[in-house]
Design a protein around this ligand. Structure first.
Ligand SMILES: Cc1ncc(COP(=O)(O)O)c(C=O)c1O
Length: 375
């Protein structure tokens, strides 16, 4: 049996006719950049997330860069983010001219550790960027309190967390993206809501920030040649928006199917003592972008699964502060003990909405086989 890490072909084939018609409409209209599909998507996405404003942009990395620029972040500022994320998070911070400051993560939730965030705050800190990693939200009550106490902005990196929910201290469940001053999403094809190319969005409840971001993403203008400031070109293509307008209607269903796969993994793997299953915090309702276990003999397990036709991933094999790209920050080994250890143990199992019971069982039986018969 072959178990891919995700199966985008299967997903597309289930909605192929709708997609073809949507793309055809854009081609017929010849309105390829920021057409009416883009406006429709921004409206739908705002309603879905539960925020008043969505600004569509070229990709998630740009979204974070533009959000930070809209908050006035630049040289001399510091921005704190998680040591375990995709480099896009820290890259976007550095691109503004600000200094990226890493905080370690929690061993169970894999998300940013609020205690370490507190330790890393300086008089230059301006923004906290919690990453809702693998589809589970960071500890937002703590993050927001720290931000409030220290007068900092919060920009959520929700690239992996479309419709992930968190129950705040007031008992209300709210979606990822509706907690910070601003939040960013990626619509990279493999994300829970993915386009047919690069695309991203910024959401906010602040009209001024929304306008600034919208202008920044379009050469600093709102109308054709009235450039108020120098911005950037990061606009969403109408074809990407048309695809997303179809796929957005299936997001809740696909997230539910992802959850069912996760529940089966929990059940099937609960007695395998050599692995640690992901922990769901009680105030979180994750959307299972990834199902990440911690495994003894991780590399050997990954090779064994590969030889059995099962694709897995490592997100991420090197903690951000330990990458050559951040050598200039002069971190010592041991500065980020949790993120550094996790990088040697984590393994992302295949998980996608269309995954069959046989595929899940095949993955689980091979993990069990590895620990009983191979090592
Ligand atoms: C946590 C995180 N932040 C930001 C990004 C950047 O998104 P994009 O690939 O759309 O630029 C990604 C994408 O992989 C991500 O996983």
């Amino acid at each position: 049996m072959i178990v891919p890490f995700l199966d985008l072909k299967k997903q597309t084939s289930s909605i192929r006719y709708e997609i073809d018609m949507a793309v055809k409409r854009v081609i017929d209209s010849a309105s390829f950049i920021q057409g009416k599909e883009v406006v429709e998507l921004e409206d739908k996405f705002s309603k879905l997330v539960g925020v008043p404003y969505t600004v569509s942009v070229g990709n998630g990395t740009d979204a974070l860069f533009i959000a930070l620029k809209s908050l006035g972040i630049g040289q001399g500022d510091e921005v704190i983010t998680a040591a375990n994320s995709f480099i896009a998070t820290s890259e976007a911070i550095t691109a503004t001219g600000a200094k990226v400051v890493f905080a370690d993560v929690c061993p169970d939730s894999y998300n940013i550790n609020p205690d370490d965030v507190e330790r890393k705050i300086s008089n230059k800190t301006k923004v906290l960027v919690p990453v809702h990693l693998y589809g589970q939200m960071a500890e937002m009550d703590r993050v927001l309190k720290i931000a409030e106490d220290n007068k900092l902005f919060v920009v959520e990196d929700a690239a992996q967390a479309h419709l992930s929910r968190y129950k705040g201290r007031n008992g209300a469940w709210k979606n990822a993206g509706s907690f910070g001053n601003m939040a960013i999403f990626s619509f990279y094809p493999g994300k829970n809501l993915g386009a047919f190319g690069d695309a991203g969005a910024i959401v906010t409840d602040d009209i001024e920030l929304a306008n600034k971001a919208k202008m920044f993403a379009n050469h600093g203008r709102l109308s054709k040649f009235k450039h108020e400031f120098e911005g950037f070109n990061s606009r969403m293509d109408s074809i990407q928006a048309a695809v997303l307008n179809v796929k957005i209607n299936y997001l809740s269903q696909w997230n539910e199917e992802r959850k069912q796969v996760a529940l089966k993994y929990f059940d099937c793997l609960k007695n395998v003592v050599e692995i640690k299953l992901p922990k769901v915090n009680e105030n979180c309702d994750p959307v299972w972008h990834l199902f990440v276990i911690q495994a003894e003999k991780r590399n050997e397990l990954q090779s064994f699964l590969k030889n059995s036709g099962i694709s897995t991933g490592i997100h991420y094999p090197v903690a951000l502060p330990n990458l050559p790209a951040y050598k200039y920050l002069k971190h010592k080994p041991g500065d980020f003990p949790v993120a550094s250890l996790l990088a040697t143990q984590i393994l992302s199992l295949p998980l996608f909405p269309e995954m069959t019971n046989q595929q899940i069982e095949y993955v689980c039986s091979n993990i069990k086989k590895f620990y009983t018969e191979v090592v």
